[in-house]
Design a protein around this ligand. Structure first.
Ligand code: MN
Length: 237
C-alpha cells in the first residue's frame, strides 16, 4: 500500500502536515506499514528546499519511501555535479539554500540525486510513477528517451513556444500512471492516469494519493510562495 506525494517544491511545512494527516507518526512511520512514494520536484520555488530534501532522503534511506527524479531535481543534480550553469532564478534560490547547508549534506544530496530512477514500476506492473507521466511504450524502459519523457514530458512547438503535451488524453495503457509536473487546481483523473500536482508552492495544495484505494488527501498551502503567470491554465483547466 502506497501514499504517493505530489510536487513538494520546498514546501516542507505542508509536507509534514500532509504526512500527519495521512496517519504517519512523528517518526514518519505508518501504523499499517504503508510506503511513501514521491513524484519528484522536491526543490525550487519554495521556502525550505534543504529541509524537504533532508526529510525525503531520510525516509528513502530508512526504507520507507521511494522517489523519482523531477526536472527541478535534475537541475540541482546538474549544478551540484558541475554540469551546466544555473540559468533559472528558482534554481539559483535553491542553490543558495543548499550551499548554506553543511558540506556533508551537499555530498549526500549529490549521491541521492545521482541514484534517483526516472520511473518506478510498482504493484507487479499495475502502478507506474513518473514525474511528468509516461506513455505505455516507455513503461519499464530504461532508455534515454524514456528518461527524457518521464522527467520533462513531451513538448512541441506551438505558436513559436515550447508547449507541454497533454499526454494523458491519449493514454490507453493498463497500468495506473501517477505523475505531477504540471500544476492542476484539482487532482486530475484521465484514462487511468492521475496528476497529483495540485500546485502547493503556487498557493494550491499538497496532495497524497492512496493506492490501491485511489483516494486523495490534500493540505492547503500556508501561503502563495511563488507566482508564475499562466501556471494554472496550461491545459485550459
Ligand atoms: Mn514541479
Amino acid at each position: 500500500m502506497y501514499d504517493i506525494i505530489g510536487d513538494i517544491h520546498g514546501c516542507h511545512a505542508e509536507l509534514q502536515r500532509l504526512l500527519k494527516q495521512l496517519g504517519y507518526s512523528a517518526r514518519y512511520r505508518h501504523p499499517d506499514n504503508r510506503q511513501l512514494v514521491f513524484v519528484g520536484d522536491i526543490a525550487d520555488r519554495g521556502p525550505q528546499v534543504v529541509e524537504a530534501y533532508q526529510l525525503v532522503m531520510r525516509l528513502v534511506r530508512e526504507g520507507v519511501a521511494q522517489c523519482v527524479m523531477g526536472n527541478h531535481d535534475l537541475r540541482i543534480l546538474n549544478h551540484l555535479s558541475g554540469q551546466g550553469k544555473v540559468d533559472s532564478p528558482n534554481t539559483r534560490q535553491s542553490m543558495l539554500q543548499i550551499e548554506a547547508a553543511p558540506k556533508s549534506f551537499q555530498a549526500d544530496l549529490l549521491s541521492f540525486l545521482t541514484g534517483l530512477p526516472h520511473q518506478l514500476t510498482l504493484d507487479h506492473g499495475r502502478l507506474i510513477v513518473a514525474h511528468a507521466g509516461l506513455p505505455t511504450i516507455h513503461h519499464g524502459q530504461n532508455t534515454p528517451e524514456a528518461r527524457q519523457i518521464a522527467i520533462h514530458g513531451e513538448r512541441v512547438m506551438h505558436n513559436g513556444k515550447l508547449t507541454r503535451v497533454d499526454w494523458a488524453k491519449d493514454y490507453q495503457g493498463p497500468a495506473l500512471v501517477v505523475y505531477g509536473h504540471t500544476p492542476v487546481r484539482k487532482v486530475r483523473w484521465v484514462n487511468n492516469s492521475v496528476n497529483i500536482d495540485t500546485g502547493c508552492v503556487f498557493g494550491g495544495k499538497l496532495t497524497g494519493l492512496l493506492y490501491p484505494e485511489r483516494t486523495t488527501v490534500s493540505v492547503p498551502a500556508s501561503r502563495i510562495y511563488n507566482i508564475k503567470s499562466g501556471v494554472w491554465d496550461q491545459f485550459g483547466i
